[in-house]
Design a protein around this ligand. Structure first.
Ligand code: ATP
Ligand code: MG
Length: 465
């Protein structure tokens, strides 16, 4: 309470910890009444509505906030529904039987309806948080006292104006403290407060800027944009586990191509995938560029078609250029094809996970996809039949197709596999018999020789046929 008073006094005097986020003259709050905004209750999930109504009936303020409101105002399908209230987590818990409190430092209530989880957060004031849901105070008492705030506080601590719009269940109006509604209309992504300070506080906001710009097709406003170019290197300080979570959102949300282009434009891509960036810059023939773009396009299309995408395939694709270059280097030193690929996988994965912590269960699969690229060159005898049974076959074959489409020298090999997959048993026998069974277009390149047979090409590899 005391600190609250101190804070408001400091605010009046223009002093205190909030000065950089609280410009002297904050615009007056705008209330957009029901009927003057495009947000309709019919688009809100039943469960979210239940939570909002129950909080409201119990005498608390209750608002829908964040991405859900933003997406609905844009006529898009919201991904999830977050609720903001002046009820404390304990008070929320007392209202809902199906509620658990999570988070040690900053407590959030999760209300569960079947598989749907509605997150309910108490209004928060700004604090030097490194991450959503994390305060920096060590001591629980201080944390509580400092962190809970009013709706206005809660609005100003958010990242972008378009993410700080509140749908009020009491009268169905939208509450806009930061000018988000105008930005929604203008298609503009604007950081709340002073962009450099906000990025310094939490560098992941730079990635979020690009993610929302990519997804919504919004333009990042000048001040928010300029700061990104200056501060991109701050991402080095972000824990690799958080960068993994964020990378999945960047690349597996259905807008990977746009997002990737923006990431490169703002020099953020190299912060996440430095090795790949190196090759993207270095390569004069545009192969790696085409390959990554195609792989991401493929990912977006799969999501559009309701198919699954895996972080393993994404990782394999993003890191293919470093992996294949490293394998090539090892082969030139005399290593066999498969061993070279395996070792290259070791090296590339070890380096990459320091930046973006892809868990082992994914990188193991990515490496299998890479190794399969070597194995797939064996198109004679029983081998192709066995490969067909491999759990990673489908992914590896898709990967091979992408390589071929991107101009790597494997088009004939990919064609062979397509024919093999489509053929009946007799057709497959025929395809896999005979010395010239393979379809590789490369002419006897050493790199296609397999592990354990250094420099001694075998008949069955398409490279030699
Ligand atoms: P989506 O869920 O569609 O990816 P979102 O805007 O809902 O987008 P979330 O990560 O779910 O993003 O966060 C919910 C809200 O919390 C955001 O809209 C924003 O208001 C706030 N928020 C999230 N991350 C941050 C951050 N790093 N800094 C400040 N505010 C944040
Ligand atoms: Mg969200």
């Amino acid at each position: 309470m005391l600190s609250r008073l101190k804070q408001s006094l400091a605010k009046k005097l223009g002093l205190g910890s909030r000065k950089e986020h609280a410009p002297a003259a904050r615009p007056a709050v705008r209330i957009i009444p029901r009927g003057e905004h495009g947000l309709s209750r019919s688009n809100i999930s039943e469960s979210a509505l239940k939570v909002l109504y129950r909080l409201h009936k119990a005498g608390y303020e209750a608002y829908l906030v964040g991405g859900g409101v933003r997406d609905m105002l844009l006529g898009r399908e919201p991904k999830d529904f977050d609720i903001s209230t002046n009820a404390t987590p304990e008070e929320v818990k007392a209202l809902f039987r199906n509620c658990i409190l999570i988070g040690r430092r900053f407590r959030l209530a999760h209300v569960r309806y079947g598989s749907e989880v509605i997150e309910v957060a108490t209004f928060r004031a700004h604090h030097e948080a490194g991450e959503e849901g994390e305060g920096v105070m060590e001591n629980g008492m201080i944390l509580r006292d400092n962190v809970y705030g009013t709706l206005e506080d809660d609005a100003w601590r958010r990242d972008f104006t378009i993410n700080a719009l509140y749908y009020n269940i009491a009268d169905f109006s939208v509450v806009d403290h930061t000018g988000g509604m105008d930005d929604i209309k203008a298609g503009r992504l604007r950081m709340i407060g002073d962009p450099p300070s906000r990025y310094r506080e939490d560098p992941v906001r730079m990635l979020r800027a690009v993610r929302f710009a990519g997804k919504l097709g919004f333009r990042i406003d000048e001040a928010s944009e300029q700061a990104i170019q200056e501060l991109a290197a701050l991402l080095e300080e972000v824990p690799s586990a958080r960068l993994f979570d964020e990378s999945l959102k960047l690349f597996l949300s259905g807008y990977a191509v746009e997002t990737y282009e923006l990431l490169r434009h703002y020099r953020l891509f190299g912060q996440l995938f430095p090795e790949t960036e190196k090759w993207l810059r270095y390569e004069e023939q545009h192969y790696p560029r085409t390959f990554v773009a195609r792989a991401l396009d493929n990912t977006d299309k799969r999501l559009q078609d309701g198919k699954t995408v895996t972080p393993a395939f994404l990782f394999a694709a993003l890191l293919w250029e470093p992996a294949r270059k490293e394998a090539e280097r090892l082969r030139q030193k005399g290593e066999g094809g498969l061993q070279a690929m395996q070792q290259a996988g070791d090296t590339v994965v070890a380096r990459q996970v320091k930046r973006v912590a892809f868990p082992k269960r994914f990188t193991l699969q990515s490496r299998e996809i890479w190794e399969m690229q070597e194995r797939l060159t064996a198109t004679g005898g029983r081998r192709p039949f066995r490969l067909l049974e491999h759990p990673r076959f489908r992914a590896a074959y898709d990967f091979l197709l992408l390589r071929a489409e991107s101009g790597e020298d494997v088009a004939e090999l990919a064609g062979w596999w397509t024919r093999f997959i489509e053929a009946d048993e007799a057709g497959r026998q025929e395809l896999s018999s005979g010395p010239r069974s393979g379809g590789g277009s490369g002419s006897g390149k050493k790199r296609r020789s397999r592990g354990g047979r250094r420099g001694k090409p075998r008949q069955t590899t398409p490279a030699e046929s």
